[in-house]
Design a protein around this ligand. Structure first.
Ligand code: DC
Length: 257
């Protein structure tokens, strides 16, 4: 059965996985906007636990402490009116703090802990079950939503991913030194790919796209063409995309931003 027949009238789930800097969030956000779907960045779950660990002084080398923290932290992720993924911890919007260098430095250590992953898995799976969503991460196609209607795995050379991370950090007001960014990306790649629980790897049925040397618009157009084939309809140009309604994903509060 083709993917398109499989989707039918059900709300589609699109998985976009790949290493840091491969372009996942840019592509996932644009695809969600173009096809009227919600965008969820699952890395924010792990970043939120890392933020809490730093805030509370939890030892990030203690798997037990991190697991207990992941179980007890109330993390809510929703998509706002502009299609951005917003993250709340115990009701507080922490989204803008999740990209800080100190979180980058320890989040892979947090995400490699099996107990942390287990504590966060149900929340991610319930988002996938609701459907109508584009989720980006490392294990969406393999573990969180193995039945996703479309699985895309984005890759790019280390050099290109480092350049993108530097540009992104500068946009967010963080100064970035090339050597440190390259070391950080290599370190995170290694931990994400070599960990025992849900390592970073493409699902056997993922479409692998190399984004090296491509502009974001080129990659977005390529992915949009595949999405249109799978879920039906035409791939709209970026200017014809529309913004999804704000939607609540977990917890009582609607996304207010
Ligand atoms: O995508 P990101 O950079 O925000 O991810 C932050 C960390 O979380 C990174 O180390 C990979 C990990 N992660 C994961 O293990 N599984 C996911 N589904 C999403 C992110």
């Amino acid at each position: 059965m083709s993917n398109r027949q499989k989707v039918g009238t059900k709300r589609p789930v699109i998985a976009i996985d790949g290493p840091a800097g491969a372009g996942k969030s840019t592509v996932a956000k644009a695809i969600a906007s173009m096809f009227g779907l919600r965008y969820i960045s699952t890395g924010h779950f792990y970043r939120a636990v890392a933020l809490e660990a730093l805030r509370l002084g939890v030892d990030v080398s203690s798997e037990e402490s991190l697991t207990a923290l992941a179980r007890s932290t109330d993390i809510t992720i929703c998509s706002d009116a502009r299609g951005n993924s917003r993250t709340f911890v115990d009701g507080e919007d922490v989204t803008d703090r999740l990209a800080a260098p100190k979180i980058d430095a320890c989040v892979s250590e947090v995400a490699r802990v099996p107990g942390v992953r287990l504590a966060l898995l149900d929340r991610q799976r319930s988002l996938a079950r609701e459907g109508g969503v584009v989720m980006d991460g490392r294990d969406i196609g393999t573990v969180v939503a193995p039945d996703a209607d479309l699985k895309v795995f984005l890759v790019a050379t280390l050099e290109e991913r480092v350049q993108r991370r530097i540009a992104q950090a500068r946009e967010q007001g963080h100064e970035a030194c090339r050597g440190a960014v390259a070391d950080g990306v290599t370190h995170r790649d290694r931990i994400d790919s070599e960990r025992e629980a849900a390592p970073l790897r493409p699902a056997p049925d993922a479409v692998i796209i190399d984004t090296t040397g491509k502009t974001p618009d080129e990659t977005i157009a390529e992915v949009a063409g595949i999405v249109a084939q799978v879920i039906g309809g035409h791939a709209p140009g970026p200017d014809r995309g529309h913004e999804p309604e704000p939607s609540r994903v977990k917890g009582e509060r609607a996304c207010s931003t």
